[in-house]
Design a protein around this ligand. Structure first.
Ligand code: NCD
Length: 368
C-alpha cells in the first residue's frame, strides 16, 4: 500500500536507469556519444509532451489554437506541414483510439509513420526501451509516440534519444493528450467552437468535473486532475476506497473526493466515467456486482441527479458495467466527439513536436 500511495503523488517519476547506463561519467567515457551520457543529466526535447504538469495555460492555448487551425486547413496544405517527416509509434500496450488517432494525425500532416509494437519486434526478445529508441532514431525517427506499462518510461526515452517524445500513456502515471482532447470536448460542448481556441485561468471557473471509477489506476484521471484546475475547474474524484485512496485528493489544488456517486452527480457539470482497469488490479479483489450497483451511470440515475451534465468516457467502454448503453449512446454523451477531438489535438501535438527546435544540448545529442 505504501508503494501504491507514492505513485499517486504529483512528482515527476524518476526515470529508471536503462540497462548499461552508468550514473557516473568516467574518464574512459566519451561525453559526446549520446548513449554514454548519464541519463539523469540528458536534456529533454522541448517539443515533448510528457505530463500535464508541464503545460502552462498559455501553452494549452497555443495547442488549442493550432488544433483548430489544422482542423480547418485545406487537406493539401495540411499535408505539406510535416511532409515526409518520420514519426514512430512505439506501443508496448494495446490501444485502439490513441494509436489510430496519432497515426491518422501524423499521416494527415504528410508524415511517414512506422508502428513498432511489443509483439512483433525485438522488444519481444528482451531489447531495452533505450536501445529500441536509439535504433528508431538511427533509422531516422524524428519524433516517437510512446505507450508503455511503466510509469516514467517516456522520460527515460526522451533522455536516451534527445528526440521529442509524446506520452501516449505510461503505466498509471499520465496520458496528457487524452486530457487535452477531453478539455477540447468540454470547451466545444459547453461554450462552442470559438471558445475552444484559447483558455485562461478562468475558462472553467465555477465548473465541477466529476471523475468516477477506478481513479487509482487511471492515467486519464491523473492528467485531467492536473490540467483542468489550472483553468479554474473543480475536480471531484468519486469511487470506492480500494480504487480511490484518500490521499488522491493531494494530487494538486482544486481536487477533492466525494464517495457518494449521487452527491457527486448533483454537483457535476461534466461527469467522466472510467472503466475498472482489471489488468492492473494485481490481486485486488473487487466485488464487481456491488461496484456496479454503487457506481454505474444509468439513465435513471443521470436523469434524477444530473439531467444537464455532459458525459465523457476515454474508452474503452465496458457497457453494462460503469455505464449503460442508453447513457453512452444518449444525448448527454460526448464520447464519440472525444475521439473526434483527439485527431485535432494530436495533429497539434505532432506539429508542435516537430517544429519546436531542440535545445543546443539536445541537438548535439541527436546529431549523427
Ligand atoms: C485509456 C488508457 O489507455 O489509458 N484509454 C485511452 O487511451 N483512450 C483508458 C483505459 O484503458 O481504460
Amino acid at each position: 500500500m505504501k508503494k501504491k500511495s507514492a505513485s499517486l503523488r504529483t512528482a515527476q517519476p524518476r526515470p529508471q536507469r536503462a540497462r548499461g547506463a552508468s550514473s557516473k561519467t568516467t574518464r574512459a567515457s566519451v561525453p559526446t556519444a549520446p548513449h554514454a551520457l548519464p541519463l539523469h543529466k540528458a536534456p529533454i526535447h522541448p517539443g515533448s509532451i510528457l505530463s500535464s504538469t508541464q503545460l502552462t495555460v498559455e501553452g494549452v492555448s497555443k495547442i488549442l489554437a493550432l488544433a483548430s487551425d489544422l482542423e480547418s486547413e485545406a487537406v493539401r496544405t495540411r499535408e505539406l506541414r510535416l511532409h515526409k517527416r518520420r514519426v514512430s509509434l512505439l506501443f508496448y500496450e494495446s490501444s485502439t483510439r490513441t494509436r489510430t488517432s496519432f497515426e491518422l494525425a501524423a499521416k494527415s500532416l504528410g508524415a511517414d509513420t512506422v508502428l513498432v509494437s511489443a509483439l512483433s519486434s525485438s522488444i519481444e526478445k528482451g531489447e531495452s526501451l533505450k536501445d529500441t529508441g536509439i535504433t528508431l532514431r538511427s533509422l531516422g525517427a524524428e519524433c516517437i509516440i510512446l505507450r508503455h506499462p511503466s510509469s516514467g518510461a517516456p522520460y527515460l526515452l526522451a533522455q536516451a534519444t534527445g528526440l521529442p517524445i509524446l506520452n501516449a500513456g505510461d503505466g498509471i502515471h499520465e496520458h496528457p493528450s487524452q486530457a487535452l482532447l477531453d478539455l477540447r470536448t468540454i470547451l466545444y460542448r459547453c461554450f462552442g467552437a470559438k471558445q475552444a481556441r484559447s483558455v485562461t485561468e478562468k475558462s472553467l471557473r465555477g465548473m465541477t468535473i466529476a471523475i468516477v471509477g477506478d481513479i487509482f489506476h487511471s492515467r486519464v484521471a491523473r492528467s485531467n486532475a492536473l490540467l483542468l484546475p489550472k483553468l479554474g475547474a473543480r475536480v471531484l474524484f468519486c469511487g470506492p476506497q480500494p480504487l480511490l485512496p484518500e490521499h488522491a485528493a493531494d494530487i494538486g489544488p482544486g481536487v477533492s473526493i466525494e464517495r457518494d456517486f449521487d452527491r457527486a452527480l448533483q454537483q457535476a457539470d461534466v461527469v467522466m466515467m472510467l472503466r475498472v482497469q482489471q489488468e492492473r488490479l494485481s490481486g485486488l479483489q473487487l466485488d464487481l456486482e456491488n461496484y456496479t450497483r454503487r457506481y454505474q451511470l444509468d439513465a435513471a440515475r443521470l436523469a434524477a441527479q444530473a439531467p444537464r451534465a455532459l458525459v465523457l468516457h476515454p474508452g474503452p467502454i465496458i457497457r453494462g458495467m460503469e455505464i449503460t448503453s442508453e447513457v453512452a449512446d444518449g444525448p448527454q454523451s460526448a464520447i464519440e466527439e472525444q475521439v473526434h477531438h483527439g485527431l485535432a489535438i494530436r495533429m497539434a501535438l505532432l506539429t508542435r513536436a516537430l517544429e519546436t527546435p531542440a535545445t543546443p544540448s539536445a541537438r548535439k545529442k541527436t546529431r549523427r
